[in-house]
Design a protein around this ligand. Structure first.
Ligand SMILES: Cc1cc2nc3c(=O)[nH]c(=O)nc-3n(C[C@H](O)[C@H](O)[C@H](O)COP(=O)(O)OP(=O)(O)OC[C@H]3O[C@@H](n4cnc5c(N)ncnc54)[C@H](O)[C@@H]3O)c2cc1C
Length: 394
């Protein structure tokens, strides 16, 4: 730069973060174009009916369900950041329940099969899941154990060359539509954290009972199930990973789940911010657009700062995760912070909309209801604070 040049801020310039390259941006564009054209138009309808299964087969056909999985299993062989791109672009569906149902499939239930599964399990479950031919769900939470995963009661007892599973799981996303579940069980009640084992269980086996569809505050487009397992017999080959290693393996799974959840929160917050900014520039009060009141301008400034802070924390943490670190403390911070600020942003956006924000027609109240889950699901705020606090040895 020459001494005579004048530096001016370029507020409208592209803000691509250094973790993303041109291929990520092309992927972003193709996912967004699909989401806007083929999913978003159905958002209102799916709030009433839950989203249909064809979304999985269509996304499988387009390669979006296996972005980070190896090509030999039908995946796209992309890096970890491709998963973030998917989570971010799905928010353009305006349908939080749909985004959650897809994320459970792509980033929660199938990663343990890819990392811990046998070749036979990958062929039987991962390959059809990537194609969208089989739908996955993940069963950790039980009626009497959520935050305290070690308190689960679902038992898998060995009987010859089979295991017999008894117990129940609740709040299971995709639980009604799924073809299989990645199930957390206890195989040895006396072994502490070494007494847990994961199984892949076909949902059409005798003894698997899909009990009621649960009604919720938000995420209406997703299905949420209470499931019972009554003397469900599975072969030894249904064990996912090593017997006794299930607790550690599901804790690993939760790190990816939290990272993706954090990315979705920031993208959703950005999305509702953008829409609210347009509204504030159009809505008139006292002879001027409401965006021209200083108090409104400051609300946007506060929100933008929170969103940007959360985004930077997410990307730096994702970079560490993608580069082989296991940054549990930072993932917990990212998940905690992104969930909180997303809810705060959605709440402020309702306020800026005034009465319109309270009306279903403007779709801001739904964003708040959907985002509210993130402070609970995949580990509550309080659990994240416990993980962060304990990481300092206190
Ligand atoms: C819509 C929805 C979808 C979900 N999808 C799935 C799914 O697909 N699969 C699945 O397995 N689970 C799923 N969950 C479950 C979710 O992960 C749990 O709800 C969550 O982990 C909290 O568990 P809990 O509901 O049992 O709450 P609890 O553990 O009973 O917690 C109640 C309160 O106590 C607090 N608390 C608990 N322990 C501590 C502590 N040590 N210190 C301080 N405070 C504490 C919590 O923070 C919370 O505020 C879903 C939940 C919802 C609502």
């Amino acid at each position: 730069m020459a001494a005579t040049d004048v530096l001016k801020p370029d507020h409208a310039g592209a803000r691509r973060h250094f973790i993303f390259n041109n291929e990520h941006e092309q992927l972003r564009e193709s996912i967004r174009s699909f989401v806007v054209k083929e999913l978003a138009p159905h958002a209102a309808e799916w709030e009433e009916s839950t989203f249909p299964d064809w979304v999985f087969s269509r996304m499988g056909e387009l390669g979006f369900l296996g972005l980070t999985y190896p090509e030999e299993y039908g995946g796209q062989g992309g890096d970890y950041y491709c998963a973030l791109v998917l989570a971010e672009e799905m928010t353009h569906s305006n349908c939080g329940g749909l985004n959650m149902g897809i994320a459970v499939h792509t980033d929660m239930a199938t990663p343990p099969i890819h990392l811990f599964g046998t070749e036979e399990q990958k062929q039987a479950y991962l390959v059809p899941a990537i194609k969208g031919e089989k739908i996955a769900c993940l069963g950790i939470t039980e009626p009497d154990a959520g935050s305290d995963v070690s308190g689960i009661k679902t038992r898998a007892v060995r009987d010859g060359d089979e295991y017999v599973i008894n117990g129940s799981k609740t709040y299971i996303t995709n639980g009604h539509r799924s073809d299989f579940i990645v199930l957390v069980t206890k195989t040895d009640a006396d072994a502490g954290y070494d007494g847990f084992t994961l199984f892949i269980v076909d949902m059409d086996l005798p003894g698997v009972i899909r009990e009621k569809k649960l009604q919720k505050l938000g995420m209406h487009a997703s299905d949420t199930a209470l499931l019972a397992f009554q003397d469900v017999r599975v072969p030894e080959s249904a064990v996912l990973g090593q017997v006794g290693k299930g607790f550690y393996n599901i804790m690993w799974e939760l790190q990816g789940e939290r990272m993706i959840g954090a990315a979705g929160c920031v993208a959703a917050a950005q999305h509702v911010f953008d829409r609210t900014l347009r509204y504030a520039q159009e809505r008139q009060a006292f002879g001027r657009p409401i965006s021209k009141f200083q108090v409104t301008r400051h609300k946007f400034a506060e929100m933008a700062t929170k969103i940007e802070t959360a985004r930077q924390l997410n990307y730096t943490t994702a970079w560490r995760f993608a580069n082989g670190e296991y940054p549990v403390r930072e993932i917990s911070m990212a998940k905690l912070y992104a969930s909180r600020i997303a809810v705060e942003v959605a709440d402020e956006c309702i306020q800026i909309h005034g009465g319109a924000g309270y009306m279903k027609e403007y779709d801001v109240e739904r964003v708040w209801r959907d985002l509210r889950l993130n402070r609970i699901g995949a580990g509550t705020d309080e659990v994240m604070l416990e993980v962060i606090g304990k990481s300092f040895g206190i």
